[in-house]
Design a binder for this molecule. Sequence first.
Ligand SMILES: NC(=O)c1ccc[n+]([C@@H]2O[C@H](COP(=O)([O-])OP(=O)(O)OC[C@H]3O[C@@H](n4cnc5c(N)ncnc54)[C@H](OP(=O)(O)O)[C@@H]3O)[C@@H](O)[C@H]2O)c1
Length: 335
Amino acid sequence: MPTKTIVTVNSNGRQSASLIRVASAVGWQVRAQMRDKNGIVAEELSELPNVTVFIGALEDPKFLANLFKNAQLAFINTTHWGDEVAIGRSLADAAKKAGIQHYIFSSMPDHSIYNENWKALPMWAQKYTVENYIRQIGLPATFVYCGIYHNNFTSLNYPLFRMELQDDGSFVWRAPFHPDIPLPWLDAEHDVGPAVLQIFKEGPRKWGGKRNPSVALAFSELTPKEVCRAFAKGLGRRVKYNRGPIEIAVPVPAGYRHHLQALEDTLGRQSAPYFGPELEKNCTEQALELWEGYRDIEEYAREVFPVEESANGLTWMEEGETEQPEVELDFQGSC
Ligand SMILES: NC(=O)c1ccc[n+]([C@@H]2O[C@H](COP(=O)([O-])OP(=O)(O)OC[C@H]3O[C@@H](n4cnc5c(N)ncnc54)[C@H](OP(=O)(O)O)[C@@H]3O)[C@@H](O)[C@H]2O)c1
């Protein structure tokens, strides 16, 4: 039985929960930080073997010192709730002080460093600032960059990944991405856990032989048209891609609105690579070296999307399939 202990934070989130389930199943010890134990994921994780829940705030340095004390490994996924840079730095400081041997930080790129015309996506650039801090203080670290989650998709009226249900039972996905340029995809709940566990097993020096390497976590690269084709196969319904500007029809926090505006310009209009130019090259190779049993978009659409939609109170999946599933594309110019 391994004696190592992994620290996770924001443990009910899709990335950390995925790792906790896998680590628990193979007998690794997990210390899972949560804000509270409310909700079905918190309840589920709390009852898993080998998992100890630590309730506390990431802004509290005493809590952090206790969280990392005598642990050896950490998977740290910060979020935009609160001051992400301050929280990211104090987590790294606490881990350094506790002598953490391998710190895996879930980062994202700052596109503005690659091209003067590309805007930084605010919610991602904060993570890159933290990544640089972790490099500076010399923690033995690996940085993972997550592809686009399959379960961003919803038929609810949320911006960017809305699969909009039509009167005839088909779906339309409207987004600013070029229809024929591949994007990297990830089933966060299914595949973050096994891939991150493998990175821990291989140790902090594995990737590229560099001291602090980065790994793209994306198991498929599909264009928006190919994504719609996979969804159409999985659902047995027509799914159409429609390139267009992001519609924000529900109230969203100001920070998210800025993030979406930068995304529309940099990843949409300018087709900048999602991970930035360095990691984007053959990006699925790294992830597939870590874990081959990934869930693809067709499987997600068939097995998971209807269940998640039903949990959101939607009933379209009970109403049968439309005839002759096929993919159509409406190209409406650049956004
Ligand atoms: N979606 C994508 O395609 C994608 C791709 C790459 C990177 N990311 C990054 O992934 C991060 C999110 O990670 P995730 O997907 O694992 O998390 P998630 O499933 O979106 O869950 C959010 C997590 O943040 C926690 N949280 C902390 N403070 C909160 C607050 N004040 N209000 C609400 N939630 C709060 C939640 O805790 P509770 O359970 O207590 O509410 C929960 O653990 C984001 O920073 C995002 O940029 C996402």
